[in-house]
Design a protein around this ligand. Structure first.
Ligand code: FAD
Ligand code: MLT
Ligand code: ZN
Length: 505
């Protein structure tokens, strides 16, 4: 039976506080990535006092961070899997400063790791050895917003949630939303081609990004910062920087198309008995809700249990094998509710939905989204999380979770799946008390082989980063990899930008 959400008590947990506490509260530091994954340092220059003096003269001393304890958080990634050994963080405020830093580093063959909000999940945002960390956080100005076209222009270091709050005041929204919105930067989002919770509705960033300003490894500023929807003047160079994870250039400014703020939004959270019914529900939601369907997410019992047991969130529904979250967004409340009610009545009758709760109240919708978004961090409480992010054709979507459960047996604390069903993108988390090579070797490359068997992608939305270059061939053929290497060599002949990431040796 569909219950009103007001009858249900949810413990609200402020997710961004959780994210930050988690990162800095445990005393155990991850091992150095280079040792954990046996990586050899490439032949880059080493940082000297003269280099630091140059950076201080360029940026001012307070924007050249060298104190070991201050540099430490920039060396460690969000899931505490990777740890670099950088000695310095540079914090430019302008594109010109980025250009001068890169030009200098290129001339000295000093490697650089661009970093946004450091919420990346594949180790791309932290150095592997002593790369200079180029942190974009001080480049956080909103430059303009055209309320008519919806074109937002801003610097790369703007935090996604701040941008969303800003454009909402003008009846627009950002075309992307993710659990890390309180920390991630729009430059980081573009560099990873982040997907998230609204992709089903607004598509990926290759469609929403109108223009980009970026700095090449040699310091050249590439100005593709247009706000036009249509611009077929030659090669679409902005796409080189979308999803290239800081290996081809540093994104400094962006122009993004912001869609209209929907006037009527409703969110439902449903209990479902089996994965086949999740798919039936998705098929039906697409045809019954049509243009108002804005999100279709799923989480299995293990995923929701991890938020209940580890974060003390309360699950508003009973115990179900699967949970589905369906959001509708439209412009006419009456019309949207009519469609939604018809759809829900039908789906309860068919038995695809067993129980559920539906709400249009903003605070209550936030609470439901909080359960879904908190899954990303809940597993960390078990000790260690092996995280996977893959695209799989929908008919095979959930098989991988079942295979892994069987394969790992009692070696894992939990194995669960959740993700963006509407995009064919599943996240699989395997938790253990601590990292062990034994479990790592049971998971990789096995999981990528299984994904390749069904012609899926070994990285759906998080990127390749440091963790997957050696597995990229499961999803990219040799000719494509050859072209990628050629582009990298052309854009960054000395290979100083984010080495050890994305491209296999
Ligand atoms: P960082 O982590 O700092 O960097 C990511 C990569 O981009 C690195 O390779 C870095 O070198 C590069 N980079 C960063 N800024 C620049 C720049 N200005 N120029 C060039 N290169 C740059 N991802 C999704 O796709 N969908 C989700 O739903 C999602 N949910 C998440 C939920 C949580 C709780 C967390 C912690 C992460 C989630 N992520 C998700 C992953 C992550 O948030 C995204 O990849 C995000 O886009 C990274 O942005 P960032 O600013 O933190 O970048
Ligand atoms: C999500 O969809 O929650 C994110 O991509 C983060 C994760 O994979 O945990
Ligand atoms: Zn995701």
């Amino acid at each position: 039976m569909i219950r009103q959400f007001s009858q249900i008590l949810l413990i609200s947990l402020e997710k961004h506080i959780f994210i930050n506490n988690l990162k800095y509260s445990t005393s155990a530091l991850p091992r150095f990535s280079s040792e954990k994954y046996s990586i050899k340092r490439k032949n880059f220059g080493s940082l000297h006092d003269a280099d630091l003096n140059y950076f201080r003269s360029l940026l001012s001393a307070d924007r050249v961070i060298t104190e070991e304890s201050d540099v430490l958080p920039f060396n460690i990634d969000w899931i505490k899997n990777c740890r670099g050994q950088s000695k310095v963080v540079l914090k430019p405020k302008t594109t010109e400063e980025v250009s001068q830093i890169l030009s200098y580093c290129n001339s000295k063959k000093l490697a650089v790791c661009p970093q946004g909000g450091n919420t990346g999940l594949v180790g791309g945002s932290v150095p592997v050895f002593d790369e200079i960390i180029l942190h974009l956080g001080l480049m956080n100005k909103i430059i303009s917003l055209d309320e008519i076209s919806g074109a937002l222009v801003c610097e790369a270091g703007c935090i996604l949630e701040n941008l969303d709050n800003h454009v909402r005041e003008h009846n627009l929204i950002m075309p992307l939303d993710l659990g890390a919105k309180g920390s991630c930067h729009i430059g980081g989002n573009i560099s990873t081609n982040a997907g998230g919770l609204r992709l089903l509705r607004y598509g990926n960033l290759h469609g929403s990004v109108l223009g980009i300003e970026a700095v090449k490894a040699d310091g050249t500023i590439i100005d593709c910062l247009r706000t036009l929807k249509k611009d077929n003047t030659g090669y679409h160079l902005k796409h080189l920087f979308i999803g290239s994870e800081g290996t081809l250039g540093v994104v400094t400014k962006v122009a993004v198309h912001c869609p209209a703020l929907p006037k009527a939004v409703t969110l439902g959270f449903f209990g479902v008995n089996c994965f086949e019914n999740v798919l039936e529900l998705y098929k039906s939601a697409k045809s019954s809700l049509g243009e108002i369907l804005s999100a279709f997410e799923m989480a299995d019992n293990g995923a929701i249990s991890s938020t209940v047991e580890n974060l003390k969130l309360s699950n508003p529904l009973g115990d179900f094998p699967f949970y589905v979250l369906i959001e509708s967004s439209g412009s006419d409340e009456g019309h949207d509710n009519e469609k939604l009610n018809r759809f829900l009545t039908k789906e309860m009758e068919t038995g695809h939905i067993i129980d559920g709760t539906v709400t249009s109240e903003p605070a209550k919708m936030r609470n439901i989204w909080n359960i879904r978004e908190s899954i990303a961090g809940a597993g960390l409480v078990d000790g260690y999380v092996f995280k996977y992010d893959v695209s799989i054709p929908l008919q095979n979507y959930y098989d991988i979770v079942l295979l892994l459960r069987k394969r790992l047996g009692n070696k894992a604390t939990r194995v669960y799946g959740y993700g963006h069903v509407g995009d064919g993108n599943i996240h699989i988390n395997v938790t253990t008390p601590e990292y062990t090579k034994e479990v790592y070797e049971m998971l990789e490359p096995y999981i990528f082989e299984e994904v390749a068997k069904v012609r899926g992608s070994i990285s759906a939305e998080h990127g390749v980063g440091f963790r997957k270059p050696q597995f990229i061939h499961y999803s990219k053929d040799e000719t494509a990899l050859h072209l990628m290497h050629g582009l990298k060599h052309f854009m960054d002949p000395n290979g100083i930008l984010n080495p050890y990431k994305v491209l296999p040796d």
